[in-house]
Design a protein around this ligand. Sequence first.
Ligand code: GDD
Ligand code: MG
Length: 334
Amino acid sequence: MRAVVLVGGFGTRLRPLTFTTPKPMLPVGHRPIIENLVRMLAPAGVDEVVLALGFKPEPFMAAFPDGTCAGVRLHYAVEPEPLDTGGAIRFAAEHAGVDDTFVVVNGDVLTDLDVSALLAFHRRSGAEATLHLTPVDDPSSFGVVDVDESGHVSRFVEKPAPGTAPSNLINAGTYVFEPSVLARIPSGRKVSIERETFPQIVADGRLYAMATDDYWVDTGRPSLYRQANLDMLDGRRRSLVCVAVEPGASVDGSARIEHSLVAKGARVEADAKVVGSVILPGAVVHRGAEVVDSIVMGDIGERAVLRGCVIGASGTVAGGVSVSDALVPDPSAA
Ligand code: GDD
Ligand code: MG
């Protein structure tokens, strides 16, 4: 079976990290998000993953030079221009010749969903499309459904105005589609699967959904991206855990690493202190610096103090300064 994974968005909310690395290539638990997704899909019988690429396709090809990821074959479909979620699904599925029931995943969600259970639910209900749902406190920044006990969806609203959502069950970003869904998506222009296609399938009574309380996070914002990494460290995932300091990271014996991840290719020098943070490949935390609740790809000067910051690959923080809640370089100046 094939799965289309949407990996072509700009990752705007994760700038400056995504200035250099597309969101699905950012590591969670020392593995690119896309690899985490492939590992979720494989046990359900997915033997080929179609990457719906747009923005920055090269890092994907470079990361998987033999065309496989975690033992699963990859097919690269690069859009000529951004086609939005629906347009991207149609383009990628046609590019790969998908003509049977297939799975679709948003390339920035991480979940312990059992994808075979979603497939079984889809087959039982005879749906044209089946969504995975998860409950959240504030549904206004997601797709929200009205669903009955059998899983029949009677309404789908993308990003409803606060206070108007029909329920607290949101589209968790993993779908099972019949190929007939593709024919509903006009070709050659931007189409939002959420705003255009799901409401059409609802109107024909053929959209179903399965809610689970499995671990779920959309990594698309810095606080949640950091959280997704710490959750892996804390053993919040059903069967996945990771080490704090990845083999190949350079950490001085006098540095203190508390509740943080340090990746291979990062360096933490003498007497530095890293707390609640994610230190990514290429980062350097110089002597005596203190990094708290931050994400770092860049260079942190000696005895600098950082709190709640996101430092991109070209970001530098001068020695001795204190910075809070900053994005470096500042994406709004780009
Ligand atoms: N190839 C391609 N082309 N991919 C795209 C494009 C495009 O033009 N636009 C977005 N994507 C990809 C993004 O890279 C991401 O993996 C996925 O499509 C979803 O886009 P986001 O920008 O992350 O959407 P969202 O988080 O605001 O909302 C979506 O996810 C929520 C769950 O996390 C929607 O599907 C919501 O309904 C859902 O609740
Ligand atoms: Mg998202």
